[in-house]
Ligand binder design. Structure first.
Ligand code: CTP
Length: 400
């Protein structure tokens, strides 16, 4: 065993597909096995054109699963496999299997397992240069990454077609390092329970009209995804958004601040709490059951304050719990953020400005400053919200 068995006790599912780079798969299997991993190889029918199943079975020490309908295989094995594994690695990944993974096809063992996997998934595409640059392949890669699947980019170099370009499968040693990193990441919050709130709330005025704000929920959803990727058990309490639920996240839909409060209280014992929702601070005092007609238009709309959910959580914070709030400001941000951090008994607060270019509501990017209890702060550059979520988690977990 080498490198002190970096994958000791881990189970890796290795999907091998019909790409010429499949000839590197046995070397990759050896490396994983020598580092303590149990490796179960799965192949698509086309893979057998490039590497023999006998070779893969010999180096992995177990039969290759190549045919979903082969005698002796139970029909639900693609479900069981993805439940108990630590990682599904598909290397090499052909453009064809990528398309299946991206669009939910399940007509072979590799594609079906990718669809049912509850573990992290790491894809290593390998194909010809122009295939890799094709718009359909780029769109499929974007699609899978948007769903939290990890992709290791292919390398530039001489390709089997005789062309030189991007598309080479990285060397087994480099894939191995990425596997170790992804497996570690997938375990870093295992056993932890997280609560994230996201999106706006809607406070009804009558049967059709609401008081709301411009939050899209993106920042909270990115945080929920980043927590789930690390293995946390994540509950996402979401106001109305257009976003799809990140993989592995349990989502509870709410509409008003009062509904959000109730849903949050049900999950208030979580280890990690991220209150990213833009909760309405006030709501119409009365809600008309019918639609208010033009003729009855009120000259003014009396408002009542809503409960400050985060303050409530801060007052009842249990020991060891990590409470993170957000401050959306238009000015005097540092002072306001620090005041909210103290008043609400938070461990961290994330400040962003609603009126700054590239930050706030409705943009794909954000620019935030993270403040800790001790007043220490770190400003991050403008980044896509998914990268902001990753950076925030890294900083918060390192300093908590
Ligand atoms: N928050 C909450 N419940 C509310 C209002 C806000 O839990 N009724 C949370 C938000 O989710 C956020 C934090 O409190 O994590 C700060 O929200 P923000 O709107 O910036 O500040 P407020 O406390 O509402 O103060 P102000 O309106 O004075 O800016």
């Amino acid at each position: 065993m080498t490198a002190a068995g970096k994958l000791e006790g881990r189970t890796i599912l290795l999907g091998v597909t019909g790409s010429i780079a499949a000839y590197k798969a046995p070397l990759l299997v050896r490396l994983l096995v020598h580092n303590g991993a149990t490796v179960q190889v799965l192949t698509t029918p086309a893979a057998a054109h490039f590497v023999t199943l006998e070779t893969l079975a010999t180096v992995s020490g177990r039969p290759v699963l190549s045919d979903m309908f082969a005698g002796g295989n139970t029909w639900t094995q693609h479900v069981e496999l993805g439940l108990k594994a630590d990682l599904l690695l598909i290397a090499p990944l052909s453009a064809h299997t990528l398309a299946k993974v991206a669009h939910g096809f399940a007509d072979n063992t590799v594609a079906a397992t990718a669809l049912t996997a509850r573990c992290p998934v790491l894809l290593c595409p390998a194909m010809d240069h122009y295939m890799y640059l094709n718009a359909a392949v780029r769109a499929n890669l974007d699609l899978v990454q948007a769903r939290g699947i990890h992709v290791m980019a292919p390398e530039w170099g001489a390709l089997a077609s005789g062309l030189t370009g991007t598309g080479r499968l990285p060397e087994p040693a480099d894939i191995f390092q990425e596997v170790v990193r992804t497996v570690r990441l997938g375990h870093s919050l295992r056993g932890k329970r997280a609560l994230v709130t996201a999106g706006p709330t809607r406070e009804p005025l009558d049967a059709v009209r609401v008081l709301t704000n411009r939050s899209t929920g993106t920042m909270g959803y990115c945080l929920a995804e980043a927590l789930a990727v690390r293995g946390a058990d994540v509950t996402l309490v979401s106001g109305p958004t257009q976003l799809s639920t990140p993989p592995g996240v349990q989502r509870i839909n709410v509409e008003t601040a009062a509904e959000m409060h109730a849903a949050v209280l049900d999950a208030a014992d979580r280890d990690l709490v991220f209150m990213a929702a833009a909760v309405a601070d006030f709501a119409p005092l009365v809600r008309a059951d019918n639609k208010i007609s033009k003729q009855e238009a009120p000259a003014d709309v009396p408002l009542r304050p809503t409960t400050d959910i985060l303050k409530d959580l801060g007052q009842h914070k249990r020991s060891g719990q990590l409470l993170v709030g957000f401050a959306m400001e238009t000015g005097n941000g540092h002072a306001n953020a620090l005041r909210k951090l103290k008043q609400k008994n938070l461990d961290f607060i994330v400040l962003n400005y609603v009126n700054q270019a590239g930050a706030g509501f409705g943009t794909g990017t954000n620019q935030v400053t993270l403040f800790g209890r001790d007043g220490a702060h770190k400003a991050l550059p403008v980044m896509p919200k998914r990268a902001v979520a990753e950076e925030l988690l890294k900083l918060i977990l390192r300093h908590s």
